[in-house]
Write a protein of this length. Structure first.
Length: 259
């Protein structure tokens, strides 16, 4: 079986987790999906490329192989909604971010298939995540878990109204990291004028941020949801080197101050 994820082990008290970077869909699953879904359009495109510089900071980097359409690694295995009362997508998404179906008629997975996907893809990623957090914390006495995400921010009315800010910081409304850490990050964001931003707006942090963040025990977790227009073309999914380089300079400042 193909590896569920790749892990680069670093030396700093920093783990960058990129749970929606994967875009692979096994052929047998893709055959049951709509032609549009087979392109995995809701991927957090290029975030591993965007955060590649973090290796030079000593970060560990965890990257899955498979698309969130196979299973969403940033949802709890009980599939509890992260945003009650709002449209969202689940542990095994049945709809895309535009509200259209992932699957062809009659091809949606049943409960047994969902359980099998949890065992095959979800659990190994989370076991790897927990193990690396534990290794880093044992070495340093603390660890920063940085959840790197991106999304089409120029309009997804199924999920949110209007235009999403460029940078969307999520700390589970302050519960997943120390107040001092959040303040340092916000100071950096407030000091720059290239990107607009918000803290704990539409995206407050997914399952990983909320579940693993435990600042009282030395585990700070932060999610940054980036609007894809900041570093790529949202229509073609093409990476934009110039835009990305400018954004990476800010991301590096954020990671340095967070550490």
């Amino acid at each position: 079986m193909e590896p569920v994820y790749t892990l680069h082990r670093g030396s700093a008290p920093l783990l960058v987790s990129l749970p929606h970077d994967g875009s692979a869909i096994p052929d047998a699953l893709a055959a049951r999906m709509t032609p549009e879904a087979r392109r995995a359009p809701d991927t957090d495109w290029h975030v591993s490329r965007l955060y590649a510089f973090a290796r030079e900071l000593g970060a560990s980097i965890l990257v899955p192989r498979h698309s969130r359409y196979v299973i969403d690694l940033n949802r709890g295995e009980d599939d509890t909604s992260l945003y009650p009362g709002q449209n969202t997508t689940g542990l095994v998404p049945l709809v895309r971010f535009n509200g259209e179906s992932v699957y062809l008629p009659g091809q949606q997975p049943d409960a047994d298939e969902v359980a099998a996907r949890i065992e095959a893809w979800w659990r190994p990623y989370h076991e790897g995540l927990r193990a690396e957090l534990g290794r880093i914390r044992a070495l340093h006495g603390r660890v920063l878990l940085w959840e790197g995400h991106s999304i089409k921010g120029s309009g997804l009315p199924f999920l949110f109204e209007g235009r999403l800010p460029d940078l969307n910081l999520g700390t589970a409304s302050g519960a997943s990291c120390s107040p001092a850490l959040q303040a340092r990050i916000e100071q950096v964001l407030a000091a720059q004028a290239d990107y607009d931003w918000i803290a704990n707006g539409r995206f407050k942090g997914g399952h990983i941020t909320r579940h693993y963040g435990d600042p009282g025990n030395g585990v700070d977790a932060v999610q940054l949801e980036i609007s894809q227009r900041c570093y790529m073309d949202e229509a073609s999914f093409a990476y934009d080197e110039a835009k990305a380089a400018r954004l990476q300079a800010l991301l590096e400042r954020l990671l340095r101050v967070a550490l």
